[in-house]
Structure formats: C-alpha cells, structure tokens
Write a protein that binds this ligand. Structure first.
Ligand SMILES: Nc1ncnc2c1ncn2[C@@H]1O[C@H](COP(=O)(O)OP(=O)(O)O[C@H]2O[C@H](CO)[C@@H](O)[C@H](O)[C@H]2O)[C@@H](O)[C@H]1O
Length: 492
C-alpha cells in the first residue's frame, strides 16, 4: 500500500510532544511491513536539521492557491532516520514556518490551513496518488475537507483519508477568512452544522470537526479514550459529532518505537540493560544523580516528564514533588509550559527548591536528558486530568520504571494496579493507579509505591522487571491501522 502521512510533527526532527513520536513510529512500522510510506511536514526554521539526512530540493515551483492568488513554495526532501520526508517551505511575507516555534502564534489556524492546502497541492502537482492519506490532529483537519470538496475533482478521487485525533482539546477554529484563503468559499454551505460549523460557537468553523465529518475513518489513540470522547466531556464539544459518525470511529492504542525507546540499545544512556541484567539500571540512577547534582542516598527517584499544562494535572505534579520529599524520595521533573502562568509557577518552584539536594526541576525540552531520566528513575508519575493515550508510562515500563498514574484515557488501557486491579492476574499487574483528582488520591498511590520500594525491595524489583516484559511496540497497532486502511481503501 502507498501511504502518505501529513502532520505537523515527526520525531525526532520536529517534536513538541507525543504526536511526533507516533507519526514517526507508525510510519516506520508500516514501512517494515512492506508498505511505501512518505511524510509531508512543514519546513520550520527551528526543527532539528541535524536529524535530517540528504536534504535537497525536490520540487521548486509549487504554486499554492491562496486568497485567489498564489504563494510559491519549495519542497525539500530528506531522510529522517530512514523515513522519506517532504518539507514544505512557503515563500511569503507571512513567514508561516519561520517563527522560531512550532505552535503558539496568533495565526496558527491560517498557518496550518495553508500547510494542509500546500500538502494537497504537492500531491496533485507531483502526481503522487497514495492509497491512503493519514492526517493527524486539528492542524491537518482541513485536508479531508479540501480533498473531497476540491481535489477530488482534479484527479484525486481515489484517495482515502484516515484521521487520527491525539488531543480533542485543541480543535483549530477559523472563520470566513479560512474559506476565502483556501478556496473553499461557499460560506453558507460550510457553516452548516453537518459540515464545519462549531457545535457551540455558531460564528466559528471547526477544523477538527471537518476532519471527522469528511474522513473515511477516524481514530483516537486508545480504546478507552474513544469511549470517553464520545460519552463524556473530554470530547471537548465533539461528542455529538463523534456519535453521529460512530461507525467510522475507533480507538487504536499507540505503540512505542522500541528501536528508539529501548534500554538495551539506547545510545543516550551510559549503561544499557535488559530485564536480565536489571542491576545495570542502578548505574544509570547514579549517572542521573551526578548529572543533576542530586545527593547519593538510599532513596527512590520519582520522575515526571511531559508538557506542563492543565491536561497533565499540574496541580498534582506540583503536589507530588513535595509529597515525594516528605516520604523520603527524590524527585526529578523535566517539562515545559507554554502557558505563561504555569511557566512562572514552575520557574518560581525551581528557584525555591534550588538548594534542595533531593529534587531537580529541568524546565525546557531535552530529548537526550529524557532518556537518562527514564533509565535512572524508579517510578514515573502521570497524574493527568485527561490522557488520550500517554506515552511516558509505556516508555517508563520499557525502562523498568514503575508508573504511578491516574486512571483515565489510555492510562487505563496500559497500567494495571498492583494491589487492586481485579481484571488482570497479579503477575501481569505493572504499576499503581488512582482515580480522583485530589491530593489524597495521589498520595495513596504514591505511598503504596514508595512503601513497596522501601519495605519489599525484591517485590518492587519484580514489579519493575515484569513491566519491562510488556509489549507496547507498534506491532499490534500497526496491524490495526493496516486493517483500517484496507477497509477504507475499498470504500466508494
Ligand atoms: N520537556 C521534555 N523534554 C523531552 N521530552 C519530552 C518533554 N516533554 C515531553 N517529552 C516527550 O514527549 C512525549 C510526550 O508524550 P505524551 O504521551 O505525554 O504526549 P502529549 O500529551 O504531548 O500528546 C498527545 O498525543 C500523544 C500521542 O498520541 C498521546 O499519547 C497523548 O495522550 C496526547 O496528549 C514523550 O516522548 C516524552 O518523553
């Protein structure tokens, strides 16, 4: 099968979070199974060019219709750890992708509407006719809309779209301008409720809703989140739309790329290890302490790695730091916040805790350091308010780092409470789960994990080693996506 992924991220060259990991990992898995996979991405000025091999001009005169005129683009081609990627650069004073950031600009909706249009123009003009176009999140929600309303009539009538939603919170909101810019026009038509009109704001068009309405298949990143999105408020207002389109909507649990996230071969950690020589993990713990200037003591290290925003339960992350210290544990945090208030809060915490030898807060994005933390920590905490899938608990498991998580979204599908999970046999339980969003709930799960570490170290070790044996690779999800592709390929 010929598959083209259109996305705003692909790890490690463009990574703001889990979306990048998934786009890369899924592409790799599909290619290993003999499919032809290509990726189309924006050419951001701030991406990690050191991860691209052989970048060259692939298509120089891509003329993209925009507001009735056209923007000239160049398309570059290069290999990102073996994957063929096309990067679109727009020559316009809008400077769409030269902003020193991936997201967070006032005109993000226009930037990614343009990217979606340019990606389709590139397919059209370069005569690429994939069987499947796989788009991700709100940034590419307009791809299936434009494919069906415009490009279908220009020779792209056979392309089918799978649309994956990684986060319902950000949906991409536009207005009449979006329609004029992209050439969709026809205001009255797109402002209908069964098209793009936002379910709650009658004056807005919703890109993600467009993606759901117009795609042949829609997925989110875990079965439990698929259920939550349809039936609870985590669908952020799209529950009804998902309900109407439930026949093509499902949850496919993400995988982890074990070629990249694997303590046995990880080149960012000083001591490689497997579940057979688990003792080596201790040397990584020592290396982590040395790197972050934590004191050497007989204490567990609890880690948090992730974006710092309301989704991630920042109030509980904050509380976990102090509770860990009270319980005689050390705490390491690696995270970045885009919201100024949250950023200021954690900057303040960092200064306040600066001289404490049992805690380190690293504020920023650091891929290399994240690997050492996964390898060196004893536990990883994921106290999210909602979590479509969550990768950090799955990476933690692979590194023998016991997850302590809130039972929501994909965390429910991946972490099984050692003491209480009745649905899973004791030998298959792999972490700790709490449910409420208050401090007591968090504390009770942390206490159980910390107590086991102190009082029954052998059992804690068995729990960690058991977790390493779980298979959360792309193997099973790869099969599921291929089934979906196959199903929509034969749809008319
Ligand atoms: N400061 C930092 N430095 C270095 N690395 C960092 C980092 N902050 C985060 N990371 C890394 O980024 C990834 C984050 O994974 P998450 O599952 O938390 O994704 P996120 O919430 O961004 O994305 C959404 O998409 C993913 C993928 O579908 C879903 O799993 C998730 O639930 C959904 O919210 C991990 O690889 C983590 O190690």
């Amino acid at each position: 099968m010929y598959i083209v992924q259109i996305a705003s991220e692909c790890a490690p060259v463009i990574k703001a979070g889990g979306l990048g990991d998934v786009v890369y990992g899924l592409s790799r898995e599909l290619e290993i199974r003999g499919n032809c996979v290509e990726l189309i991405l924006p050419k951001y000025d701030c991406m990690r060019y050191d991860h691209i091999w052989g970048l060259h001009d692939a298509y120089t005169n891509l003329s993209v219709p925009w507001y009735g005129a056209a923007i000239n683009c160049s398309v570059y081609c290069g290999w990102v750890h073996g994957r063929v990627c096309f990067f679109i650069e727009a020559h316009s004073q809008d400077n769409f992708f030269n902003r020193g950031c991936y997201y967070g600009c006032d005109d993000d909706n226009m930037r990614f509407a343009f990217f979606s249009k340019a990606a389709l123009e590139f397919l059209l003009q370069s005569n690429k006719r994939p069987d499947i176009i796989h788009c991700h999140d709100w940034q590419t929600g307009l791809v299936p809309v434009m494919l069906n309303e415009i490009y279908k009539y220009h020779g792209m009538e056979h392309q089918r779209v799978c649309y994956t939603i990684h986060n319902f919170k950000h949906q991409g909101i536009g207005g009449v301008n979006t329609l004029r810019a992209t050439g969709l026009n026809q205001e009255a038509y797109y402002f209908q409720y069964d098209k793009l009109r936002d379910n709650f704001n009658p004056f807005a068009l919703n890109f993600m809703k467009g993606g759901i309405v117009y795609s042949n298949a829609v997925t989110t990143v875990s079965p439990n989140h698929a259920w939550e999105a349809r039936t609870t408020d985590v669908g952020s207002g799209l529950g009804h739309t998902l309900h109407l389109h439930q026949d093509k909507f499902s949850g496919v649990l993400n995988g982890i790329d074990y070629d990249f996230w694997n303590p046995e071969i990880d080149r960012y950690i000083p001591y490689n290890y497997t579940h057979d020589d688990f003792e080596q993990k201790l040397y990584n713990k020592k290396a982590l302490r040395e790197r972050l200037l934590l004191r050497s003591d007989d204490k567990p290290i609890i880690a948090y790695i992730g974006r710092l925003d309301n989704q991630k339960g920042v109030h509980l992350v904050h509380h976990a730091i102090y509770h860990a210290l009270n319980k005689g544990a050390q705490f390491v945090l690696l995270g970045s916040a885009t919201e100024p208030g949250i950023n200021a809060h954690f900057q303040h915490e960092k200064q306040f805790l600066n001289s404490n030898p049992d805690v380190h807060l690293e504020l920023g994005f650091n891929e290399e350091l994240s690997h050492l933390i996964y390898a060196g920590a004893d536990m990883i905490i994921v106290p999210s308010n909602y979590e479509p899938c969550g990768l950090t608990q799955m990476i933690g498991l692979k590194y023998g780092t016991v997850p302590v998580v809130r039972g929501v979204g994909g965390l429910v599908n991946t972490v099984f409470d050692r003491d209480y999970d009745q649905n899973v046999p004791p030998e298959q339980r792999n972490g700790y789960v709490f449910y409420d969003t208050d401090y007591l709930a968090l504390e009770s799960a942390m206490d159980r994990a910390i107590d086991l570490w102190y009082q029954h170290p052998e059992e804690f070790r068995n729990l960690a080693i058991g977790g390493m044996k779980y298979d959360y690779s792309w193997n099973a999800p790869g099969t599921e996506y291929l089934k979906i592709y196959d199903w929509i390929k034969h749809q008319w």
